[in-house]
Structure formats: C-alpha cells, structure tokens
Ligand binder design. Structure first.
Ligand SMILES: *[C@@H]1O[C@H](CO)[C@@H](O)[C@H](O)[C@H]1NC(C)=O
Ligand SMILES: *[C@@H]1O[C@H](CO)[C@@H](O)[C@H](O)[C@H]1NC(C)=O
Ligand SMILES: *[C@@H]1O[C@H](CO)[C@@H](O)[C@H](O)[C@H]1NC(C)=O
Length: 174
C-alpha cells in the first residue's frame, strides 16, 4: 500500500521561501507479513516548515542484519539516478563510531535525534521517525544544483528487499 501526501498548496510557499523542503513521501512495504506502515506522512509544523513522520510496525523479528540502499534521483524527464547510489550494511553503520564523514553517516546522525534508529542491531521494536525537519546540513557536503530530487531508500533483511521509501525534496541552492 502506498501512502501519499502531496502538498500542492505548500509548493507555492516553498518556491517563494527559496528554501529546501520535503515535499512528499511515499512508503511501500514489499512484504506486508514482515512489517506494516502505521504512519508515513509529512506534517506542517509552521509556516513553511515540514516534518517527516514514519512509523513501521515489525510483525517479525528481531533482525540482526540489514542492508540499506540509498539512491538519489534528480528530475529531468522523470526521475533519473543522480550522483550516488550506495548500499550500506545497516548494522555495521550503526556500530561504526569512527569520525570520517560519509553520506550514510550524515543521514544516520540526522535521524538519531528524531527517531529510535539510534542504536546498534538487533532491532525488535517498531521503527519510528518523529518530526524529522529537513536540515540543510543534510546536503552540506554535496554541491547539489537547485532542482527536484527524490531520495529512494530501500531496506532489506536476510538479503530480501522489504521496503521502499521515496522522499521528494525541493532543493534550492543560493
Ligand atoms: C544502484 O546500484 C545497484 C548495485 O550496483 C544496482 O543494482 C541498482 O540498479 C542501482 N539503482 C539504480 C536506480 O540505478
Ligand atoms: C542532535 O542533537 C544534539 C544535541 O541536541 C546536537 O548537538 C546535534 O548537533 C544534533 N545532531 C543533528 C545531526 O541534528
Ligand atoms: C535513542 O533515542 C531515544 C529516544 O529519543 C533515547 O531515549 C535513547 O537514549 C537514545 N539512545 C541512544 C543510544 O542514544
């Protein structure tokens, strides 16, 4: 099942605010017997401020291994893969306390403050992202041109893709 929430009215405000925002999010569980989405939406917190909320209920578990693929797409004629497509070992990433910056670590650290995805494996509880406000530090290290982007996040356990989350972002670079 796809949850969709398109903020038509907001897009107008987004363009005039000249700031980068989440504009849409879609969550799809490929194996509903494994987990289901209870929540997947964007919430307007205030003028022009949008927050991402996700709540997935694990039906099976715990899991001790997970693979996450993050692929950036840019909209030209439809969304095309752009700049990076990387797969990380989630359990290793959570256990890695070294300081080198990488995009997966930036995502991990942004999530740590607003989710329960802040510990090492195993995971046996619901997965909750609560009011994640799009933060420009997220892309600070990437010289992205102004445009419409999609971040596609796929997660697998036991080498089987279980879920896809698409986050649509309007990126404005001044
Ligand atoms: C990303 O890379 C993986 C592995 O190299 C590949 O299988 C996949 O098709 C790529 N994704 C896209 C959207 O190109
Ligand atoms: C998370 O919160 C801590 C303490 O409030 C703050 O120092 C840190 O910069 C935050 N990290 C991110 C990525 O927002
Ligand atoms: C993870 O986040 C929860 C909720 O914010 C917090 O109670 C917990 O102490 C955090 N755990 C770690 C290891 O930071």
């Amino acid at each position: 099942m796809w949850f969709k929430f398109t903020l038509f009215l907001l897009v107008d405000g987004v363009l005039s605010a000249r700031q980068s925002r989440f504009v849409n999010v879609e969550c799809k569980m490929l194996d509903p017997s494994y987990a289901t989405y209870k929540k997947c939406n964007l919430k307007i917190l205030g003028r022009g401020v949008v927050a991402l909320n996700v709540h997935a209920v694990l039906q099976k578990g715990p899991f001790n291994n997970a693979k996450v693929n993050v692929c950036l797409f840019r909209k030209f004629n439809g969304y095309r893969p752009f700049m990076f497509n990387t797969t990380v070992d989630y359990c290793k990433l959570m256990a890695d306390r070294r300081k080198q910056l990488s995009f997966p670590k930036i995502v991990r650290d942004s999530l740590a403050n607003c989710s329960n995805l802040n510990h090492t494996c195993p995971y046996e509880h619901d997965i909750i992202v609560d009011n994640m406000v799009f933060d420009e530090t997220f892309f600070k290290y990437l010289p992205l041109p102004t445009g419409d982007y999609k971040i596609q996040i796929m997660a697998a356990t036991d080498n089987e893709w279980k879920t896809i989350i698409n986050i649509y972002i309007q990126w404005v670079f001044d």
